[in-house]
Design a protein around this ligand. Structure first.
Ligand code: NAP
Length: 318
């Protein structure tokens, strides 16, 4: 399949491209502005909030299927610039969905667990969302725009961690970057989530496309935990001191955007549709560690470096 991945320089997009290539798909990737000269597939930068750039990117990719991961995913940046959050998280998904629907192209759109207010937890796809922040509100608008324009599309509400191109994008990297240098950090005991490893999520998204699913799905770990417990589990897996993680409340953190407490989502609908259990966060942490010890992080980050620069470096070293 000729797969277009938007947001391919992002945390999910990069790991998704890796998994799609591994599965034998032809990948084309879009970034907002970042160049990926070492990526082993064609990449192009396009500001998707510009309709002409979106048209040109579509003509370049000529996709058989699209997974749309690009977003303004920084909650505090969304509070600072609600117009840009609306353009990127609501208007762009609708525009991509209209284009995909016109051409009969399957689309998977990535949404978020944060559409819920986290008061009750244990949410199914039938529970009414109640977004607390600009980010969550605009992502919910994006979900609706996609399903209105392209009823055959998939909207996947997700939460994930993994290795990013920058090495600083995910919660797991944040714990890792501090714990490895013996730095103490705070872990919230009152915020719960159900994260998947980005690679595990990527494989599920590809399977959803291949199986021709459509509609709204929660693609999250079937087991959930607090952010504190996640940090402790990660420390134990890497052999770092879990005592470096201090239990804390999110109320003490002074964050700009409001955070929901119990973003625990039920993913039974997806497990049932796929006919197998979903991986959980624990399997994800084991694999996240294995990736670290087997050179995955370096391989991914080599996408940022031009092969020509690599060659020049080797030449100088000789
Ligand atoms: N991270 C999480 O824990 C989490 C949780 C729930 C849901 N999600 C959702 O998962 C998806 C992926 O999130 P992520 O964390 O992987 O995102 P990310 O790391 O912040 O990456 C965002 C991507 O969007 C691209 N982008 C930004 N502005 C753009 C523009 N104007 N035009 C085109 N592309 C643009 C960026 O390109 P440049 O690199 O060039 O800027 C980058 O590739 C998003 O839909 C997000 O809402 C994320």
């Amino acid at each position: 399949m000729n797969l277009l991945i938007t947001g391919v320089s992002g945390l999910l997009g990069a790991n998704l491209a890796w998994e799609a290539l591994r599965a034998g798909h032809a990948v084309r990737g879009l970034t907002g502005h970042r160049d990926l000269p070492g990526a082993p597939f064609p990449v192009r930068a396009a500001d998707l909030t510009d309709p002409a750039a979106l048209d040109a990117a579509w003509a370049w990719a000529r996709p058989d299927a699209v997974i749309h991961t690009a977003a303004l995913a920084d909650l505090d940046a969304c509070e600072r610039d609600p117009d840009q959050a609306h353009r990127l998280n609501a208007w762009v998904p609708g525009a991509i969905a209209r284009r995909a629907a016109q051409e009969g192209v399957p689309l998977v759109h990535i949404s978020t667990d944060a559409v819920f207010d986290g008061q009750r937890g244990d949410y199914t796809e039938d529970d009414p969302p109640n977004p607390l922040s600009v980010y969550a509100r605009t992502k919910l608008e994006g979900e609706r725009a996609v399903l209105d324009a392209h009823p055959q599309a998939v909207v996947a509400r997700v939460n994930f961690f993994g290795w990013s191109l920058s090495g600083t994008r995910s919660l797991a990297e944040w714990f890792f970057n501090n714990l490895r240098f013996g730095q103490t950090v705070r872990g919230f005991t009152d915020v719960f989530f159900c994260p998947l490893l980005a690679n595990h999520l990527a494989r599920l998204l590809l399977e959803m496309l291949e199986r021709g699913l459509h509609g709204l799905y929660h693609a999250t770990s079937p087991r959930c935990l607090s952010k504190y417990a996640f940090g402790v589990a990660l420390a134990e897996q890497f052999g770092y001191d879990p005592g470096l993680i201090r239990p804390a409340s999110v109320d003490e953190a002074g964050l700009t955007a409001p955070r929901a407490r119990r973003l625990t989502l039920r993913s039974d609908k997806l497990a049932h549709a796929l006919g197998h259990p979903l991986p959980d966060w624990q399997a994800g942490i084991v694999e996240f560690h294995r990736q670290y010890t087997t050179g995955y992080t370096e391989a991914l980050r080599s996408w940022l470096i031009s092969p020509l620069e690599d060659a020049r470096y080797d030449y100088c070293a000789i």
